[in-house]
Design a protein around this ligand. Structure first.
Ligand code: G3I
Ligand code: 9MR
Length: 548
């Protein structure tokens, strides 16, 4: 079958479809309603995509810039799903991807006015959470009751994890920091939409306020997670177990991710000081206290304590978290000591993920480069950003599928790898305007919206062949047929690490095909806040930058 981004493209975008090798080289883009030929051209040479075992050809129809609804056809293949060409083509996607965070709010009832068919009662108020034995201290012995309300559920489960909250919340803040006008207009119809803050900041605040409660005020350290001892059943939040929830062990990664996120938030919220008096300063103080704790406790790895079996987000290397926290503290506090503490010459740039956040440091430094103090090495910042983008663009250029995704990228949550690759490419495009970087970033969004080996559009509610059965407790337990919209499914996962639990068979052992649209497949079809965040970023960025 012909694979194409099922949502579509801005008029000036790079536009590519993937054709099976059996199709004719002659390709037509036709008007979806009238069938009139809008573009005619030839596909490129056939090549094998090792990741899916397919032999395919690429058709580049970028020359088609006239707005409309289209399909692609070629003899020997089924006509493609429909897609649009128009300005602002990602606005609805972006709105829904942001709204997904509202749908995953802990401790809040979702009313019909904002949630429609997905209205539900509140769950997990978390106003009486216990300090777990693993987190006990003199000031807060085991069993101490603390309040830790709000925040987003991490994913398809109902726990709240600081490590994953850090990268997710930061990515939303960065989206706003980079594209403030776009998000000043973007309305996600949340209860706070009527106030004077942009919705994306109101949404981020819901989680930031929770994160603040996860810091021990006595020493600045941050608990790894707020969790049940075991995962809740497949029930709605209000029906979840009434067993106690716990904050567990403090750790270096959680504390530094907290420091970085709070430092960034203090800066992004500064202009809104009047709406939240004292909050930006409080966040910066919290960030500095966390930093000090991590300096004194530089290698506290987190492993699930005995009896706790929920998500671990265990990470035993901390250079990247130190670098990211130092960079954010440097930018937000203006203190040169933090730049030195980052040891930037030894920090490479990589595609961000929850366990590797060094790329986020470079994103922030690059965005703020013009206002950094003299200690910052401007050419190093540019070289790191461009170096990573050049490497990704080289893979994209060499790929039979026209994507940067390759074998080792098909991890648990691979769709977010594709989008985080795009996010890094976009940083380079913003820096130096090299067109290839914009086009390679576009390919990452195309990939999750249908130009992939499964043929699915991986965002619930979007695309002609969309994911229908994500591993997401509310989507599974509510009585609504369609899943909660705006969520990105995890995507193909070569490790297939849910095989023992999920009865549905994987269709293939190949990485790019290791995906099942079945709600039992938590390793390929769960949703998660850290996967949706680059979707928010990239859809906004392409709507803004791709319009030129
Ligand atoms: O670090 C090792 C590496 O050394 C090894 O070579 C490789 C090969 O398997 O595995 C690497 O570890 C992987 C780890 O992620 C770090 O990337 C694990 O296999 C893999 O199982 C693990 O997956 C994580 C998964 O939880 C299981 O812990 C995902 O990244 C993470 O996104 C996912 O997050 C879950 C939360 O725990 C709970 N809430 C839902 C959320 C989404 O599914
Ligand atoms: O539902 C859980 C999901 O959110 C996690 O990401 C996943 C991996 O930690 O685990 C899921 O829970 C499963 C558990 O690990 C094993 N028994 C089946 C559970 C799913 O229903």
């Amino acid at each position: 079958n012909i694979r194409v981004n099922q949502l579509g493209f801005l008029p000036q975008a790079h536009k590519v479809a993937v054709l099976p090798a059996g199709a004719a080289g002659e390709v037509e883009v036709i008007d979806a309603a009238s069938g009139a030929v809008a573009w005619r051209g030839r596909a490129g040479p056939a090549a094998v995509w090792r990741e899916s075992g397919e032999t395919v050809m690429l058709a580049d129809f970028s020359a088609l810039t006239r707005p409309g609804d289209y399909r692609i056809r070629a003899a020997g293949a089924a006509t493609s799903e429909p897609f649009a060409v128009r300005a602002g083509v990602y606005a609805e996607l972006n709105r829904a991807a942001l709204k997904a965070y509202y749908f995953n709010r802990s401790g809040m009832a979702l009313d019909a006015a904002h949630a429609g068919a997905y209205a539900r009662a509140a769950g997990h108020a978390d106003t009486r959470v216990l300090v777990h034995a693993s987190a006990a201290s003199k000031a807060r012995p085991e069993g101490t009751v603390i309040a830790s309300p709000k925040g987003w559920y991490d994913a398809g489960d109902y726990n709240k994890y600081i490590v994953n909250s850090g990268i997710s919340t930061y990515t939303l803040l960065a989206a706003f920091e980079h594209f403030p006008d776009y998000f000043a207009r973007q309305r996600s119809a949340i209860p706070e939409s009527g106030n004077t803050l942009p919705d994306i900041l109101d949404e981020a605040l819901w989680n930031l306020e929770w994160m603040l409660t996860m810091q021990d005020p006595h020493d600045g350290g941050v608990y790894n997670k707020l969790t049940n001892l075991r995962f809740d059943g497949i029930v709605m939040p209000a029906q979840a177990s009434s067993e106690p929830r716990y904050v567990v062990q403090k750790g270096t990664a959680a504390t530094l991710d907290f420091a970085a996120t709070m430092a960034a938030a203090s800066r992004v919220l500064k202009p809104y000081e009047q709406q939240r008096p004292g909050l930006p300063a409080k966040m910066l103080r919290a960030a500095e206290a966390a930093w000090e704790w991590a300096r004194a406790n530089p290698a506290v790895a987190f492993r699930n304590p005995l009896g706790v079996v929920t998500g671990e987000y265990g990470d035993a290397t901390f250079e990247d978290e130190f670098a990211w926290a130092a960079a954010e503290l440097y930018i937000s506090s203006g203190k040169d000591g933090y730049y030195a503490a980052m040891k930037p010459a030894g920090v490479s740039a990589t595609v961000p993920e929850w366990a590797d956040v060094r790329g986020l440091a470079w994103i922030s430094l690059a965005h703020h480069r013009k206002s950094l103090s003299a200690v910052a090495d401007q050419s190093l910042i540019a070289a790191r950003i461009d170096g990573l983008a050049a490497a990704l663009a080289a893979k994209w250029r060499a790929s039979a599928y026209g994507v940067a995704m390759q074998g080792k990228d098909f991890v648990w949550g691979s769709n977010a790898v594709a989008l985080n690759q795009s996010m890094m490419l976009l940083q380079a495009y913003r820096l130096n305007g090299k067109r290839d970087y914009l086009d390679a970033a576009q390919a990452g969004l195309d990939y999750v919206l249908g130009r992939n080996a499964t043929g699915y559009s991986f965002v619930t509610g979007f695309g002609a062949r969309q994911v229908r059965h994500p591993h997401h407790r509310p989507s599974m337990a509510d009585q609504v047929a369609a899943p909660v919209p705006g969520f990105l499914a995890g995507g193909p996962h070569a490790g297939q690490q849910d095989k023992g639990d999920c009865k549905a068979p994987y269709p293939s052992a190949l990485p790019a095909l290791s995906y099942i649209d079945d709600d039992c497949s938590y390793a390929s079809n769960e949703v998660a806040i850290n996967w949706n965040a680059p979707l928010v970023y990239v859809s906004a960025a392409l709507d803004v930058l791709g319009g030129a």
